[in-house]
Design a binder for this molecule. Structure first.
Ligand code: HEM
Ligand code: CU
Length: 578
């Protein structure tokens, strides 16, 4: 299987080659981690600015308001509000969650968990980080423009995003920045797909891979297929803005027979629906593994889980139309998309049931990675169920563009992906930095995140159900909305609490990484049998001195016949009969 010879390269020695232009997948993984955390903070601050405006319209933002908006005495102005939700959505999806879930976890986990010394194309890997960097700089730069950054929503629908809707360079820079980010993601995806296919350790068939690898691999496949679709749309829109073409120009169809804004929505969602799975599949994969590890049981229905994840991946490519029920698509198309969308609930229900099956009668250990994984089970259950409402056209016609949608997608996408990212970070942290994070702080961080998180997103669904429109600067100009002001204040306070809770994580992280006298982590602190736990912590430059031979699956736990009182088996050991 491993038909590529893997050499041991000399470890880099200078600061430059060690940390800046590193070819080592582990260093690139960490670079993506810092990158993602930085943007999480920027996007988080923007979320607070939006939320403040919705709780106290017209009241100056506390403390830093005057600094940010001197011309309005600290009040968020309406045009800035549009820019804020646009940049918040863009930053969270592309510049925070994607770098953490695929850039960081993908890079760090893939070679280690499949027993390889590095990615198959290390140079491409390094370039993918630096393209992401260039893209991030461009996006941040656009915030400083005289006419401001893009404000047409993270979906950048024309005509909001054409020169009519958005004069100024901000929107154009947004398009270029996302295009660059797409190039970076595609490079990463090609690398991940090929690495998993060619560099799995001898003996590791597809059904012996940890489910984390399944999730990351399927994500990479979606990325490689659909990010270029977005790229094409972004380029055409850039041409419309810069060269005066009319691909997406409203009214062009009537006069010259060419050009249609709705066309952009099709292109966008052909990418956009798979994108939500791109975000969530790595989290689903690693949660499936972590639930098994910390229940001390083999994952229930391992094969069915892997197959369900694959089925979801395939189905996710043909359901994009559910984002466009309200665009007057033909009823035939609408019904077909509704049927296909509902179909996804079958494999989703199967693997969700498998999660519960894994927990059933397990001897559960509530370590921090497990707490966060259980958090994912909870929030994804809620998010998934609310998706069924939106999938039905008749209900969607009422809920579309209300806060119910915002609540739904934050549960499925923001909340479960965020919690999954934390689960992975706490879990692999000892392998990354050779030290254990403070468990007590980690648990406090979990509860301080989980409780307000539900306050925020449950609150959003409530006000949405009551008819509160999204993307409005001040929805309370409508009288029927007045009753919702207290709920909105509750959501905002929850958001502040959740934001503050993240400082517990940052403190824990920096303390552990940078303080000198900290106890070293053992090679296998969680007693888990996958390949990365057989090598020292932190993983050495070349990962494996000898390429391991895999003899059993990733979740051989809780078998009473195991040698020397262990309750787990390493993947390199001959399977012991239970
Ligand atoms: C955890 C704290 C967060 C809070 C309090 C929050 C809050 C908000 C608010 C108030 C909006 C504006 C909704 C509207 O008016 O339409 C919004 C939009 C959005 N958020 Fe978040 N958010 C958070 C985290 C995230 C994360 C982690 C992601 C990424 C996965 C994300 C993705 C989005 C997207 C895509 C939009 C839509 C932007 C648009 O309408 O163009 N959010 N969020
Ligand atoms: Cu969708």
């Amino acid at each position: 299987m491993a038909f590529v010879e893997q050499h041991i390269h000399d470890a880099p020695t200078s600061f430059w080659s060690k940390y800046i232009v590193s070819y080592d997948h582990k260093v690139i993984g960490k670079q993506f981690l810092w990158y993602g955390i930085f943007f999480l903070m920027v996007g988080g601050l923007m979320a607070l600015l939006i939320r403040w405006t919705l709780a106290y319209p017209g009241v100056p933002f506390p403390v830093i308001g005057n600094l940010l908006f001197p011309h309005t005495n600290g009040v968020v102005p309406p045009d800035t509000y549009a820019m804020l939700f646009t940049m918040h959505g863009t930053i969270m999806i592309f510049f925070a969650i994607t770098p953490i879930l695929t850039g960081f976890l993908g890079n760090f986990c893939i070679p280690l968990l499949i027993g390889a010394r590095d990615m198959i194309f290390p140079t491409l890997n390094m370039l993918s980080f630096w393209f992401a960097m260039a893209s991030g700089v461009l996006l941040l730069g656009s915030l400083c423009l005289p006419l401001g950054a893009a404000a047409g929503g993270w979906t950048s629908y024309p005509t909001l995003s054409t020169n009519l809707g958005q004069p100024g360079v901000g929107q154009t820079l947004w398009l270029l920045s996302l295009f660059l980010f797409g190039v970076s993601s595609t490079m990463g995806a090609v690398n991940y797909i090929t690495t998993v296919i060619t560099l799995r350790a001898p003996g590791m068939g597809y059904f012996k891979m940890p489910l984390t690898i399944w999730g990351l691999w399927l994500t990479a496949i979606l990325n490689a297929i659909f990010v270029p679709v977005l790229g094409a749309g972004l380029l055409l829109l850039t041409f419309d803005r810069v060269f005066g073409t009319t691909f997406f120009l409203a009214g062009a169809a009537a006069t010259s027979g060419k050009g249609d804004p709705i066309l952009f929505q099709h292109v966008f969602w052909i990418f956009g629906h798979p994108e939500v799975y791109i975000l969530i599949l790595p989290a689903w994969g690693l949660v499936s593994d972590i639930l098994a590890f910390f229940s001390r049981k083999p994952a229930f229905g391992y094969k069915m889980t892997a197959l369900s994840l694959s089925a979801i991946t395939i189905l996710s490519t043909v359901v994009y139309g559910h984002h466009m029920y309200t665009t007057q698509m033909s009823p035939l198309l609408t019904q077909s998309f509704m049927t296909l969308t509902m179909l996804i609930s079958i494999p989703s229900a199967i693997f969700f049931a498998n999660w519960l099956g894994t927990l059933w009668k397990g001897s559960i250990r509530f370590d921090s990675p497990m707490l966060f994984a259980l958090g994912v089970v909870f929030v994804f259950g809620l998010g998934g169920l609310t998706g069924l409402y939106l999938a039905s056209t008749s209900i969607d016609l009422y809920l579309h563009d209300t806060y119910f949608v915002v609540g739904h997608f934050h549960y499925t996408m923001a909340a479960s992906v965020l919690l999954g990212g934390f689960a992975g970070t706490y879990f692999w942290f000892p392998k990354m930095f050779g030290r254990m994070m403070d468990e007590r702080l980690a648990k406090i961080h979990f509860w301080a995140t989980m409780l307000p998180l539900n306050g925020i997103f449950m609150g959003m669904m409530m006000v949405g159900w009551a008819g509160m429109h999204r993307r409005l600067y001040n929805p309370f100009i409508y009288e029927f909305m007045h009753k919702l002001i207290p709920v909105n204040q509750f959501i905002t306070f929850s958001a502040v609490a959740m934001g503050l809770a993240q400082f517990i994580f940052l403190y824990n992280l920096f303390k552990t990484v940078f303080s000198k006298n900290y106890p070293a982590a053992p090679a296998n602190p969680w007693n888990v049998g996958t390949l990365e736990w057989q090598i020292p912590s932190p993983a050495p430059h070349y990962n494996f001195l000898e390429i391991p031979h895999v003899k059993c699956g990733p979740h051989e736990l809780g078998n009473p016949n195991l040698p020397d009182g262990r309750d787990f088996q390493y993947q390199t050991e001959e399977l012991v009969k239970a």
